[in-house]
Design a protein around this ligand. Structure first.
Ligand code: AMP
Length: 328
């Protein structure tokens, strides 16, 4: 299987050990009470065998490993996963890998923001212990690692339908990451609602011994779902993009009083404007991702939206069934 990777992105990253600067303490003065202890430096590892051997050692010591896979350009959404992993595990590993096999649009892959040093600082401040920064060659060393993974119905709807091959790429990379990192628990964001379902299916299909935890979507104060792609929006486009989360929250507010067709009609009407290219706004049963036409069809209604604003494709979702201000 071939995929598009610009030459400069083929090369892996070398081991990058951060230089640390420790404060000198003047012993003649009374020592001030520390306001916080220095965090452990983040260790960056590039080679799969280094991660596997770390994981094996932890297992032998009876320690838990929490894992947060990412594509980098980190924000508070990613860090919320790292913090949760940190609070529940002995060691936290995050990975940054802009996975070529999950991009159906080569331009989207090229444009995807890459800011590794900034990411390293953020991971360290969130208490992450290890960053796995593999190369494309090490992630896809042979044909077996590039074997397509199927997800049946999930691949035929919403993100699956609009991004052919995307979930197969996600499945490939996450399967490989799980084989390398061998985490006890892995953390994913509900921002990528369908992806969480795909990951659960992957784990079941291949009997991978890992617990999957889905965490709530973290939003900007005005409601915009945090996303690495938000960096690519101009100030004007960012304002336009707000219409997506607004439509979701309006649907949630009106859910008790309106029918599904009314909710959809209103949302689609507000998102049908020249500066937004709407791909879908749907209301589904959150357990199956089948679209519903009547509230009696689900106890777990979820609205999901995908749209292009300028050159940037954004997705978001919201559970409609509970209190207006709560996520999911
Ligand atoms: P990405 O780097 O976009 O592949 O995302 C890595 C992980 O972070 C995935 O599990 C995402 O669902 C999760 N994530 C992305 N954005 C958010 C957000 N706003 N809130 C919570 N989790 C998020």
């Amino acid at each position: 299987m071939g995929f598009y990777v610009p030459a400069e992105l083929h090369c892996g990253y070398k081991n990058i050990e951060k230089k640390r600067h420790f404060q000198q303490i003047d012993l003649d003065l009374p020592a001030p009470l520390p306001t916080h202890l220095p965090l452990k430096p983040l260790k960056t590892l590039a080679f799969p065998h280094e991660l596997t051997s770390l994981s094996d050692t932890l297992k032998r010591e009876g320690k838990s490993l929490g894992f947060v896979p990412t594509m980098g350009a980190l924000h508070e959404g990613h860090l919320s996963l790292v913090r949760e992993a940190k609070s529940k595990n002995d060691v936290v590993v995050a990975s940054i890998f802009v996975n070529p096999t999950q991009f159906n649009d080569p331009k989207d892959f090229e444009r995807y923001p890459r800011v590794v040093e900034e990411d390293q600082r953020m991971l360290e401040s969130a208490g992450c212990d290890v960053l796995f920064l593999p190369s494309v060659k090490d992630m896809y060393p042979d044909d077996a690692s590039q074997q397509a993974v199927s997800f049946g119905f999930l691949e035929t709807v919403l993100e699956g339908a609009h991004r052919p091959g995307h979930f197969s790429g996600v499945g490939m990379v996450v399967k490989r990451l799980f084989e390398i990192v061998k985490p006890s628990t892995a953390y994913f964001g509900s921002k990528d609602y369908q992806q969480v379902m795909v990951i659960r299916s992957l784990v079941e299909q291949f009997s991978i011994p890992v617990e999957i935890i889905a965490m709530p979507t973290i939003r900007e104060s005005d409601g915009l779902a945090m996303s690495s792609r938000n960096r690519l929006l101009s100030a004007e486009e960012r304002t336009i993009a707000l219409a997506l989360s607004k439509a979701l929250f309006t649907a949630k507010e009106n859910y008790p009083s309106q029918s599904i067709p009314e909710l959809l009609q209103h949302a689609i009407a507000t998102l049908s404007r020249p500066d937004i290219r709407l791909e879908y706004f749907v209301i589904c049963d959150g357990d199956t991702l089948r679209e519903i036409t009547d509230k009696s069809q689900t106890k777990n209604p979820v609205a999901l939206v995908a749209a292009h604003v300028g050159k940037v494709r954004l997705i978001d979702n919201l559970g409609l069934g509970r209190a207006v201000n709560s996520e999911q």
